[in-house]
Design a protein around this ligand. Sequence first.
Ligand code: MN
Length: 310
Amino acid sequence: MGNVVINVGMKEILEMKSYYSMHLVDKLPPGSVFAAKTPSCMITAYKSGKVLFQGNASETEAGRWGGNPAPVSSKGKSAAKGDLPAGIGEMSVIGSDEVGTGDFFGPITVVAAYVKKEHIPLLKELGVRDSKDLNDEKIIEIAKVIKDVIPFSLMTLKNEKYNQVQQKGMSQGKMKAILHNQAILNVLGKISPEKPEAILIDQFVQAGTYFQHVKGQKEVAKENVYFSTKAEGIHLAVAAASILARYAFIQYIDKLSEAAGFKIPKGAGAQVDVAAAKLILSKGREVLPSYVKLHFANTEKAMAIVNKKR
Ligand code: MN
């Protein structure tokens, strides 16, 4: 069981009080503004601005509030399975996942998808599962069907934009967090006034870091947001999101291949160095920013190949 303390302003404390309004407890410790008890976390906010989270979900709950959570006595890992609501796999859930972060060529694609519990058997029938177990043909086949069955939102961070924000100093983690948040908001908008029972993000950073990343955004989806690694195996909504994200990524790579005039490889291995060198030799170095993630070491390696050939 972990304890987390964060420091926030009175405005946030009041916001928290209304967020936890269903769980407020009457008996207040001295110096506190409110205390609340959810099934997996005890929250106590003090006039000093300190908020104490105790229980299995302490890091997830603290993370929602963007304070800088410092684990006091936990194992130092967030989003243990214990943080997730019991039975989440059978709930109506928005899941989100991204593709392309480790690929030299092509964009980052993020998809959030809403899978209602009634749709779970159908998706299973259609073969929706961990996209890492599926080849491209199968992914395309499944994606073409589910895109008309479930509400989803696709965010594509194209290479040109990616390189611009990366050069301004934005981390990939922050880019991903902003894209996930936007995709989730889009889906929430699409299904409104219906609400998911939970929102599950395939975890790429700790909850606290995620909420730090999206702090400056106009709107942030916070309510019922959970994180887990290997979330594709926890709810089919994440598996469906990952299939749709991969489908979009594959299509984008196909478009790049067409523009390049040869097949663009995925990944970040030696084959992409060779392909980038070929691209530079045929179209010039200046086209690179619209094809690749420039800050990858592959850029230098491709230039080395080019220089040897010249
Ligand atoms: Mn993922």
